[in-house]
Design a protein around this ligand. Structure first.
Ligand SMILES: Nc1ncnc2c1ncn2[C@@H]1O[C@H](COP(=O)(O)OP(=O)(O)OP(=O)(O)O)[C@@H](O)[C@H]1O
Ligand SMILES: [Mg+2]
Length: 295
């Protein structure tokens, strides 16, 4: 398998505290990699490590198959945290200023500004932009130099639902044109749902799952709604020790593939548990993430 971003056991500590621990990233050309995790999970730090904005304490980074990460980084555009824009300049002037590393024609800058939806801001200074407009300008700046990969840290921060949809459409459009993405998010929002592969971060550790496997895993869940979740859980634990499940209040979500629904039902009823509902229903994506992101 050819990965264009690949890390091995990447680790970063701030002082004594581990921010990213043994992270193994596998990102292929054309992927939209959704990095999901709560505040402080290590998303920004992992992105900064890949971009070379902070130094790693241990591990390896390969970009485009090469250990020479600096060369690879030239093909990556990024938007990390709030974009550093010049408040007293227009969107166009900002783009012009940031294009010094990758000389860009005025027409191309105009095209990029249209693409990110701020082509009509004219003489308005960036300092007077809304948060959403600033995010769009940051996205435009990240697109300078025709990058092959865009690493975007919370690109929909501060956007309203319509803005989120627009940024999502921009990403899908660019992805269709061959740009690979790594995007971070707190929650599984509209952006999270376009990912082809997920990196789930919790306390600095990373767990990867493809969207396809995630779908399969969610589909395999058997949902049992009972009157007494605690009792149902203890019956299942004692009578079906090999069956794995999660308890959400009075809902039991069985994750073991091919569990015998009828046998589970009989055992629960025999133990005096009322079974209101029992069906092979995909676990919601949200449930899957909530379970893995930690409480
Ligand atoms: N410059 C720094 N100095 C010290 N500790 C830091 C620094 N940057 C991050 N950390 C710590 O590293 C951990 C991971 O932070 P990071 O910003 O990568 O998380 P995150 O997932 O991006 O969070 P958020 O969703 O809030 O953006 C946190 O515990 C944070 O406090
Ligand atoms: Mg962050």
């Amino acid at each position: 398998m050819d990965y264009i971003i690949e890390t091995r056991a990447l680790t970063k500590k701030y002082g004594g505290k581990i921010a990213v621990k043994d992270a193994c990233v596998h990102l292929r050309k054309g992927d939209i990699y959704g990095l999901i995790g709560k505040n402080g999970a290590g998303k920004t730090t992992l992105m900064k490590l890949i971009l070379g904005l902070v130094n790693k304490n241990a591990g390896e980074i390969k970009l485009f198959g090469s250990e020479n990460a600096d060369a690879g980084r030239r093909k990556i555009g990024s938007l990390i945290e709030a974009p550093a824009i010049y408040k007293n300049e227009t969107a166009f002037e900002n783009m012009k200023r940031f294009s010094y590393l990758a000389p860009t024609t005025d027409d191309e800058i105009k095209r990029l500004l249209d693409l990110v939806g701020i082509g009509d801001t004219g003489s308005k200074k960036a300092g007077a932009f809304s948060l959403g407009m600033k995010q769009r300008l940051g996205l435009g700046i990240a697109l300078l130099g025709s990058p092959e990969i865009l690493v975007l840290d919370e690109p929909i921060n501060g956007l309203d639902p319509a803005g989120i949809k627009e940024v999502r459409d921009i990403i899908l459009d660019l992805n269709a044109k061959g740009i690979t993405f790594m995007i971070s998010s707190h929650i599984l929002d509209e952006l999270g749902k376009i990912a082809t592969v997920y990196g789930i971060m919790s306390n600095g550790t990373l767990e990867e799952i493809t969207a396809e496997d995630l779908k399969a895993e969610c589909r395999s869940a058997l949902k049992i709604v009972v009157d007494d979740g605690e009792k149902a859980a203890s019956v299942l634990r004692s009578e079906f020790p090999s069956v794995e499940f999660e308890k959400y209040g009075e809902v039991i979500s069985v994750t073991t593939q091919g569990a015998d629904a009828a046998a589970l039902n009989r055992a629960l009823v025999a133990a005096g548990v009322s079974v209101y509902e029992l069906k092979n229903e995909g676990m919601e994506f949200e449930d899957y993430f909530i379970e893995r992101l930690g409480k």
